[in-house]
Ligand binder design. Structure first.
Ligand SMILES: [Zn+2]
Length: 493
């Protein structure tokens, strides 16, 4: 029996606004799509939080024994500045400003995205498709939507007819909007507008002569609308209806609403059973924005090279901080909050490190089996990681009391606590033990410490030629040894 058969998982479904029992379409398998980054700048910490929430969700599904196909795309074309219908492509704009090929911009920031995610210990998705790699599929969907009467061509561009769609389907059901209200609140169209209705959105845009990212199509040279790529890639890899579609709260409207409209118009069925939305990250109580200076890049936190925080914080501390909030709540990052998380995380790691050394007894004074199920109950309740962490700290308290001989544990229960803690801390929450020797600084100090030992051996053997050689050669490399009464230390110039 797989674990998922004995656990009753509930997920907050944005489509119904309710927490629903989760069952997958194909038993034992899950198809999950998450809208990935538009790779035109360094990945934002807020985006990292969204992807981290879905990484934790992916990890828990896997732990429960599901086979998950997790698709997270890379947007490398079609996303216009300000998410608007007019204007420059975000990647083409960056390419123009930096005098690079658009694909150089894409490559640079895709590499940055992967580097940051690796530091945060993300599991890679099963498929990471790109928009430019699926132009043919996008054109096919447009042809299909036109044929079904839900899209029209105008001057080389193709628009989705929202008003017509709304007559048979419900446009706005995910974001809880009514089309009539949306129309009432928007400006009326002018004669130059190509759209029939102000809410219509572009499936294909005609490329102006200066637009460098362009592809041939039945409607002339152009490029796909931003919303279309996700419909093309999710349908291609996960089918017409799949289990989970995730993304940031800000994508609910219009992006996800348009994805639903495109898929329903093309396939005639609702594309997704569970829509999940992760909430945003603020910094010192305010929205993060590069323009106001109230923003931090992940690298600036790891290096401590910023004016907002008092010190550097490791990726695992930042991850632990993010896991202390439920993914649907707004989370505020501040220096104090990170300091508190660091303290908590270290307390958790200390208890974990001490766990194997605990003395065992003939009886346990703590119901370990009930505690273990409480850990699962927390995650089964819409991936409630803060409640899970509270349960982990109940175990930390118990471990520390056993250490003080105020509580007892049997050998069997000790193994159970150990396995459960390891599973949730490392496999599900994706945290890592900080290993100094993994970075270059750690390696350097390891090597110098080794040379200090060899020098001491040489001196003990009265081989002063060798001991002086080690000291002088290190000095030539800018590493100075200092002999003190507690042994030898070193400093790097
Ligand atoms: Zn998307």
């Amino acid at each position: 029996m797989n674990l998922y058969q004995s656990q009753n998982l509930k997920i907050q479904n944005s489509l119904s606004g309710k927490k629903e029992n989760f069952t997958s379409i194909n038993e034992g398998h899950i198809g999950m799509y998450v809208c990935g980054p538009t790779v035109y700048s360094n990945v934002h910490l807020g985006n990292c939080r969204t992807f981290m929430s879905f990484d934790m969700i992916f990890r828990y599904f896997k732990h429960l024994g599901y086979k998950v196909r997790y698709v997270r795309n890379i947007t490398d074309a079609g996303h216009l500045v300000d998410d608007a219908e007019e204007g420059e492509d975000k990647i083409a704009k960056k390419a123009r400003l930096e005098k690079l090929e658009p694909m150089e911009v894409v490559q640079r920031y895709t590499v940055d995205f992967h580097n940051v995610l690796q530091k945060f210990n993300f599991l890679p998705p099963s498929i990471e498709p790109t928009a430019t790699g699926h132009i043919i599929e996008q054109i096919e969907i447009i042809k299909d939507i036109i044929e079904k009467g839900f899209a029209y061509e105008k001057n080389g561009s193709v628009y989705f007819d929202v008003v017509k769609f709304n007559k048979t389907n419900e446009y706005g059901k995910l974001s809880g909007r009514k089309l009539e209200d949306m129309i009432a609140n928007t400006r009326t169209l002018t004669a130059q507008d190509e759209k029939k209705n102000s809410q219509d959105f572009a499936l294909w845009k005609k490329a102006e002569p200066q637009h460098i990212m362009r592809w041939p199509s039945p409607w002339g040279d152009g490029f796909p609308g931003w919303h279309l790529e996700c419909t093309a890639m999710s349908t291609k890899y996960l089918g017409e209806t799949f289990d989970i579609h995730g993304g940031g709260m800000d994508l609910k409207f219009p992006h996800h609403e348009c994805e639903i409209a495109q898929a329903e118009a093309s396939n005639g069925v609702s594309p997704v059973n569970f829509w999940m939305h992760a909430n945003m990250l603020t910094l010192n109580g305010k929205k993060m924005a590069k323009s106001t200076g109230n923003s931090l890049l992940p690298e600036e936190i790891f290096s401590g090279n910023n004016t907002i925080l008092s010190k550097a914080f490791s990726p695992s501390v930042v991850r632990f901080f993010m896991m202390q909030a439920h993914y649907t709540s707004i989370l505020d990052l501040s220096n104090d909050a990170l300091l508190a998380s660091e303290k908590g995380f270290n307390r958790l790691l200390d208890a974990l490190a001490f766990l194997p050394k605990l003395d065992t007894d003939t009886a346990s004074s703590f119901d370990v089996k009930a505690w273990k199920q409480k850990c699962y109950d927390a995650m089964n309740d819409d991936f409630n990681s803060p409640i899970l962490i509270a349960q982990l700290f109940d175990a930390v308290k118990y471990i520390n009391l056993i250490k003080e001989q105020k509580e007892t544990i049997t050998a069997e229960d000790k193994t159970l606590v150990e396995n459960t803690m390891y599973t949730f801390v490392f496999d599900v929450l994706g945290l890592q033990v900080k290993n100094e020797s993994q970075n270059d600084e750690g390696k350097l100090s390891g090597v110098v410490e080794l040379l200090i030992q060899l020098r001491k051996q040489a001196r003990d053997n009265k081989d002063f030629a060798t001991s002086d050689k080690i000291r002088d050669e290190l000095m030539a490399l800018g590493i100075q040894l200092k002999d003190g009464k507690d042994g030898t230390t070193f400093s790097v110039a």
